[in-house]
Every structure is written in C-alpha cells, then in structure tokens.
Design a protein around this ligand. Structure first.
Ligand code: GLY
Ligand code: MN
Length: 368
C-alpha cells in the first residue's frame, strides 16, 4: 500500500494554519520523506522543500537531483541551482515567489547554513522553530507504518537470536557487531536504524559506547542495542545477556530493570502522560535501591526517526494516544562495572499497549 503523500501534505497544511505559519521548510530527513517518499542526502548542497499554507509546494534543488525530484514532484515550483553558480539566487527566487510570511523550520534538523540562507532573504523574524508542530502528523502511526516497523522488528529479533547462538567467550564487541549486521542484511534489512551498540563488561555502563576490541569473559554482561531499518522505518531494541553465568549482584540489577520495563508496559495506555509513565518506570528503579545508577529517561517515539516525539520523560505532559509508538527502555549503569538496559517497542492501543518486540526478556546465558 503506497502512502497518500498529497493527503499527508494536506493534513500538515491544516496544522500550519492552526499555528499561524504561512509555510514550512524541510531539509532531507524523516519529515521530507514522510511528505514526499523521497530520500536525499543532508549534504553540503542545500536541498529544501517548502509547503505553503495553501498546499502549494516550492523547492530549492541542486541540479543533480532534478531527475529524481521532478519525476515525483511535477507540480512543485522548483528553483534548481548548479554547483558552478552557487545557491544564493535560488533563495532569492524562493523569497520572491513565496512573499513575506512566517516559515516554520525543523529546529532539530536544519543546519545553520540553511537557516542563514533563509534568514538572509526572508528576514530574521520570519523564521520560527516549529519542530514539535511539524512532527505532529507523524505522531500517530497508520496500520501501514506499523506493519513496516513490525517487519523491521521481526528482522532484528531473528538476527539477534541467530547471532547469540554463535556468540562465544573470547569474541570481541566489534566481531559480535559485525555478525549481527551480517545477519540483519541476510534477513532482509535495508540497512541499520543507527550505529549498533555492542558492549561488554564495564563498557556496558556507557549507554552510547562504541564497540571495540574488548572481549567477552565469563560472568560479563553483554549489552546489545540495535535495530534494522526497513523501507525507511526503524526498530530499536536492547537486550542484555550474560556470558556463561550471572552473579547474584548482577541478577539483582537485571531484575530491577526488568521490573521497570514490565511496569512501563503495564502502564502505557491512552490518556497516561509521558511524565506519568516516566515517573512510574524511574520510581521502580529507584525503589529497588538503584537511583544513583539511573542516567536517562524511559523512552522516545519511534518511526522514521529513531528518536522522535513523544519523548517519554519527566515534564512532558503529552498524553499517549492510540497509534503512538514508543520505546520503553529502562537502564541501570555502574561505571566500569555493568550496564543493563531492556528496551521494547510498544504500540499504544485503545485499551493499553502492545509490545511489537517479543524477544526473550528473562536473562539469557550465552557463550557456552
Ligand atoms: N538509549 C538511551 C537513550 O538514548 O536515551
Ligand atoms: Mn531507544
């Protein structure tokens, strides 16, 4: 089922009007893809799509992207520019065509040089960070989007299972990462949702550590945070397993994280706010006696972006709604010793939530 891109643009036009924005400008990335089905690189050449509050689409395109853009966006008013000429003229032409108006931009994606180029032609006060407003159409996932995310998850989980069967004591983080990447591609992934995290021993205490040459030893935790991407959509899963055995002290930390994960999945439902959900999950960790080992929020929205709205964190009073897709990923980290994170991808349903991830959550022993 091909998404109706026109309908997506029309729904966003409504949002622009409600927020007194005359237009929105997008650079390549999840919103651009959501609205057009087109993927361009976020490179040194400014590539910009503008949606006006009357539904018109304008664009600034590097000449070398003409064929891909024009094949799909034939109704757009497009200002192409050549490397040899530079892009200044295209921005002037865009401003002349669009006229004076307030333009919403993606504050977490647009870079300073694109913002400067817009401000030069529209004026400083005309540009407004509208990150949250522009993300709104992507908050509720359609059945089609959920099916793609489910496929990304299925590929990821099968690949993790196959990888863990082959993991042996003495293997390095980098080797295990390479094995997992190879399995994901073999199982049908288009690519990887993000740089895979495979960390063992004390390295696992760095939530976003880089896999290296540290090798798996008996009793060590092995934390794997990864996801396949499939037709633009991502999985984001973390499991922590143990090599050969698990000592009592680590089992206690693991049980606390698992309890927090379960508490989060039991509570996530329409009308619960992200703040309330985060509080429940964090309190479960804190009440187990591990407050000082808690370093990050409960989770985030997941879809075309790995981290998108809504953030499941304190002071985000957004209520969950049916069709939102979030991660629940409590973790505990003790420096130079251990890190445990258990992350599931959860779809909010009318009467609660459904975990799209189903990989074993009891502590697995590997490497035997
Ligand atoms: N994976 C933890 C975080 O990025 O919040
Ligand atoms: Mn995550």
């Amino acid at each position: 089922m091909i998404p109706n891109f026109r309908q997506r643009c029309s729904s966003l036009v409504q949002t622009l009007k409600e927020n007194n924005l005359g237009a929105a400008a997008f650079v390549p990335g999840p919103n651009f893809y959501f609205l057009t089905g087109l993927k361009f690189s976020l490179m040194e050449r400014p590539t910009l799509m503008v949606l006006k509050d009357n539904g018109d689409i304008l664009a600034i395109m590097p000449e070398l992207e003409r064929e891909m853009w024009s094949a799909v966006m034939h109704d757009a008013t497009t200002f192409y520019w050549q490397d040899s000429d530079g892009f200044d003229k295209a921005f002037v032409e865009l401003a002349t065509e669009l006229g004076a108006t307030t333009i919403g931009i993606e504050g977490q994606r647009m870079r300073a040089f694109e913002l400067n180029a817009l401000q030069d032609v529209f004026g400083l006060g005309s540009i407004k960070d509208a990150q949250a407003i522009l993300a709104k159409p992507r908050l509720i996932k359609s059945d089609y989007e959920v099916s793609l995310i489910q496929e990304a998850i299925n590929i990821s989980e099968i690949s993790l299972s196959e990888t863990l069967e082959s993991v042996r004591i003495g293997m390095s983080e980098a080797t295990i990462k390479a094995m997992l990447m190879q399995r994901m591609l073999a199982n049908g992934a288009d690519g990887f949702a993000f740089e895979i995290i495979v960390l063992t021993g004390g390295n696992a205490a760095k939530p976003h550590g880089i896999p290296g040459e540290t090798r798996l030893v008996a009793g060590a935790p092995l934390l794997i945070d990864f996801g396949a991407s499939y037709q633009g959509y991502s999985a984001d899963i973390t499991r922590t397993v143990f090599c050969e055995n698990i000592k009592d002290e680590y089992a206690e930390i693991y049980e606390a994280v698992l309890s927090a994960n379960i508490a989060g999945r039991n509570m996530a439902a329409p009308s619960v706010t992200c703040h309330e959900l985060d509080l429940k999950v964090s309190n479960t960790l804190h009440n187990a006696g591990f407050e000082e080992l808690t370093v990050h929020k409960t989770g985030h929205g997941l879809g075309l972006d790995i981290h998108e709205a809504p953030n499941v964190m304190l002071n985000n009073h957004t209520s969950l709604e049916t069709g939102m897709l979030i991660t629940i990923e409590p973790g505990l980290y003790r420096s130079n010793d251990i890190g445990v994170r258990i992350e599931d991808d959860v779809l909010i349903t009318d009467d609660g939530c459904k975990s799209l991830t189903s990989f074993e959550r009891e502590p697995l022993i590997v490497g035997k």
